[in-house]
Design a binder for this molecule. Sequence first.
Ligand code: NAD
Length: 499
Amino acid sequence: MKEIGHWINGKLVAGTSGRFADVFNPATGELQAKVALATTAELDAAVADAEKAQVAWAATNPQRRARVMMKFAELINAHMDELAELVSLEHGKTLPDARGDVQRGLEVIEVCMGAPALLKGEYTDGAGPGIDIYSMRQALGVVAGITPFNFPAMIPLWKMGPALSAGNAMILKPSERCPSTSIRLAQLAQEAGLPDGVLQVVNGDKSVVDAILDNETVQAVGFVGSTPIAQYIYGRAANNGKRAQCFGGAKNHMIIMPDADMDKAADALVGASMGAAGERCMAISVAVPVGEGTAEALIERLVPKIEKLKVGPYTGGADVDFGPVITAQAKARIEGLIASGVDAGATLVVDGRNLNIQGYENGYYVGPTLFDNVTPDMDIYLQEIFGPVLTMVRQDSYEDALKLVMDNEFGNGTSIFTADGDTARDYASRVNVGMVGINFPIPVPLSYYTFGGWKKSAFGDLNQYGPDAFRFYTKTKTVTARWFSGIKDGVALNFKALD
Ligand code: NAD
């Protein structure tokens, strides 16, 4: 059985704990590897070495660090297909989707090529008599990234880019379900010129996460995963005096106004809810048709589109629309939630349970599922399903729809489909959700904006990437300077005196 260890000081090393997690191929259900789960001692040693390596890395001028990012981007591009295959093998998503996973991470690395400009300080000339004030942005030291299974390339790259280009060292703890992509990315970063020890990939589960949170050298934690864990990590990190940005789960609503282009809205809904088997934190999982006849108009268009979707393994060719979910447990949970929706009285329009794919009977497949007449008290509305399940919650008016979204505990993404500019503008400005789409289903901002949900979708700092992420990964020092000290018999120790 293949064993996946850690990437420490520029080398692959085996784990020493004797504890492993199983890594499955979700397409076939086969156990394909075991990943080592690090001990606290292994983590502490990785942090200590990272702390040493960070000193020289922070002293490397920002332009040289940016050049490492340039080369890294070039290598990611050159290895795009290989990385995508690695993602699909452990995650199960289709190859085009896996390429998108790598691509959206790569775009953050591209922004980090501009780190020298993004890290500039400020200067006030003549803030007082003979006094100037300036500020500088200094790296924090060793920071940590803890990432989920659903974007094995993109999210580790979101973490690495700003943290490393700002001069920090990083401990990356990827999901134990999909650990290989992070290790491969770390190898490419080394090839791009990143010094050994500056990026350590430490695999593990809760116990190594706790060790990261309790390690005094680790200055900041960037977490992405489910809401209960995000909230837990935020609390423990903050309690230990660390900076934290902890992104959690979601329940993203799309409002469809009666004046919307129904064909476009239905198209958008299918892709946004079923794509990647619904395992996206920005997936639309709730459609909110507004007014008389809107739900019917949508269902009439959605059903034939949904019935045409092909579910299968990533090796199944270009016509596979989406793959399996991540584990047998995830499949059982999703099917259980579908059953709970039926029991609660929602109308099951398309049932994706008991999907059998010939030759892949042990894969974790769930078919596309559509519910109508869902109400906000049902579990299928309240819980993040994280599967290819679209629920429809009908509302009578725009204000009712807005209230539904506002009252939901999550606030990651939302969208509105309408032909009316006033309504769209009103929605974008009033809704209490961090990322909003107007006639655009999954509003993940491009890499030069910031990514961050609101409410229970994120805790702490909200700037996952974009220029503001450089604030999270640096501390600002301000210097108030009177350059002319006027000592030594009236001879000022100024620049003139020094030359
Ligand atoms: P998860 O919370 O189970 O795991 C995320 C990370 O936390 C993993 O590295 C895991 O090893 C670690 N972890 C798990 N349990 C832990 C515990 N008890 N204590 C400490 N660490 C623990 O999430 P997942 O299932 O890997 O990912 C799916 C979730 O991530 C979904 O809820 C999805 O919405 C969310 N997500 C959010 C965003 C975002 O930006 N908001 C992006 C992608 C995914």
